[in-house]
Design a protein around this ligand. Structure first.
Ligand SMILES: Cc1cc2nc3c(=O)[nH]c(=O)nc-3n(C[C@H](O)[C@H](O)[C@H](O)COP(=O)(O)O)c2cc1C
Length: 427
């Protein structure tokens, strides 16, 4: 049975362990049109995941990372170097956006100043509404606009959107040209290899994108029929890279800094994109940056392994950001909500209602890799309010802090030590 395209899609099929490439590393930067992206790493668009809270959480990952296990978690950190070069919104329906009243669009296109550079992803199959939506995205201040030609979900494919379009290159060409003519910001496309193994179109599609003036392409190296099964076939990323001069972003099955270097080594891609690896291990971009820098300096890649204290800070930071964002949204949406938010108890209930759902959703990702993480998951799922969730997190880590044997630490990774890191983050 095909896997579903949901947040539950958090496991990798038989993850491959890559031999550590000696010389390759993720490039320090690349440019898409006139936008410089440094380092050459991209957070993949993920519906239900990459909203503004998660994007800023990833961008500020250094706030909850420290290799010193007994640091006071209340202490502010100043290091903003996240290691993630570009973030993207989850996909937004072009038809929906073009139809929505201006006052309501903010709901779909919210981002903050510290998110630049940021790309907005659209899906649809109507060239006119896609072009109109691309203009809206440009006017909203996004740095780039991206077209989704990869989504395998039936309700999207049924309307010819996402990977449904992969069977109609002439329509894709019309869409490319119409969007290109509508906006001046860089325009990119993210696609799968084709509908099925019998209909692989990725090389033709990348050439078409280049001919139509697109500024970069990103390939998730699977077909629509693959869903998420099997391993991403990176050789198709290499084939696309050979075929075009615009930047190529490789995507599929990067779970560790070693994987990222291995993809660059195997494909020559200009940048790498990470999806499921980010919620499973929010430190991944920072670890890639550390791995790249240390490898360049010493020939041996090393990076910090999160300590218990780091995990605690991470979970608490994300949950608090969720509560704060929801309060802000509600305050902005109605004066009544704003008044209630100012008034204490009721406000807390309002704020928590939506936040708790998201906390539970993310608990499943964040608790992987934590020894006895299932107990924390259970406690979070049993909690009914935001403070109860936070209390469950506090209590779990407080108990663990009394066991001195549980802290991880920074360590060097030997050249062939891929298995260890994969096991640490992706159980
Ligand atoms: C929960 C979830 C939601 C996704 N939503 C989108 C989306 O909105 N747009 C898109 O282009 N790809 C979407 N994808 C695909 C990812 O961007 C990415 O191509 C895929 O997960 C493979 O990369 P990975 O192996 O690093 O996860 C989604 C994937 C997941 C798991």
């Amino acid at each position: 049975m095909k896997k579903r395209y949901t947040l539950e899609q958090k496991h990798w099929d038989s993850p491959a362990d890559h031999a550590m490439p000696e010389h390759s590393r993720v490039p320090a930067s690349f440019t898409i049109g006139n936008v410089r992206i440094a380092p050459a790493t991209v957070l993949a668009p993920m519906a239900g995941v990459t909203d503004t809270v998660f994007r800023r959480f990833i961008k500020n990952a250094s706030q909850f990372a420290t290799s010193v296990s007994d640091t006071n978690v209340e202490e502010a950190t100043t290091n903003q170097q996240s290691g993630c070069g570009l973030i993207m919104t989850e996909f937004t329906s072009a038809d929906g956006l073009a139809r929505t009243r201006e006052s309501k669009r903010k709901r779909y296109l919210t981002f903050y100043d510290d998110e630049h550079p940021i790309s907005a992803q659209l899906f649809g199959s109507n060239p006119a509404s896609l072009a109109e939506s691309a203009r809206i995205v440009q006017d909203a201040g996004f740095d780039l606009v991206d077209l989704n030609l990869g989504c395998p979900a039936k309700r999207v494919v049924r309307c010819n959107g996402g990977s449904g379009l992969l069977r109609d290159l002439p329509l894709i060409e019309r869409i490319f040209r119409t969007i290109r003519a509508a906006v001046s910001i860089p325009f990119t496309v993210k696609f799968r290899m084709g509908w099925s193994d019998a209909e692989i179109v990725c090389v033709d599609l990348a050439r078409l994108a280049e001919d139509c003036g697109l500024n970069a392409v990103a390939l998730h190296a699977r077909t629509r029929e693959d869903g998420y099964t099997g391993q991403a076939r990176w050789q198709y990323i290499a084939a696309v890279k050979d075929a075009v001069r615009i930047p190529v972003i490789g995507n599929g099955d990067i779970r560790t800094p070693e994987d990222a270097a291995a993809m660059v080594h195997a494909t020559g891609c200009d940048a790498i994109m990470i999806g499921r690896g980010a919620p499973a291990n929010p430190w991944i971009f920072r670890q890639i940056a550390q791995y790249t820098a240390s490898k360049e300096a010493t020939g041996i890649g090393s990076y910090d392994i999160p300590t218990d204290q780091d995990r605690y800070r991470m979970i608490r930071t994300y949950f608090q950001m969720l509560v704060d964002e929801i309060a802000l949204e509600e305050a902005a949406e109605s004066a009544r909500a704003a008044a209630i938010i100012a008034s204490g108890q009721v406000a807390r209930d309002l704020r928590q209602r939506d936040a708790v759902g998201k906390m539970k959703q993310f608990a499943a990702w964040f608790t992987h890799g934590i020894p006895n993480g299932s107990a924390l998951r259970r406690a979070i799922f049993e909690a009914r309010t935001g403070p109860a969730v936070l209390a469950a997190v506090e209590s779990f880590f407080a108990t663990r802090a009394q066991d001195p044997g549980v802290h991880g630490n920074s360590r060097d990774i030997e050249q062939n030590d891929t298995l260890l890191t994969a096991a640490a983050f992706c159980n």
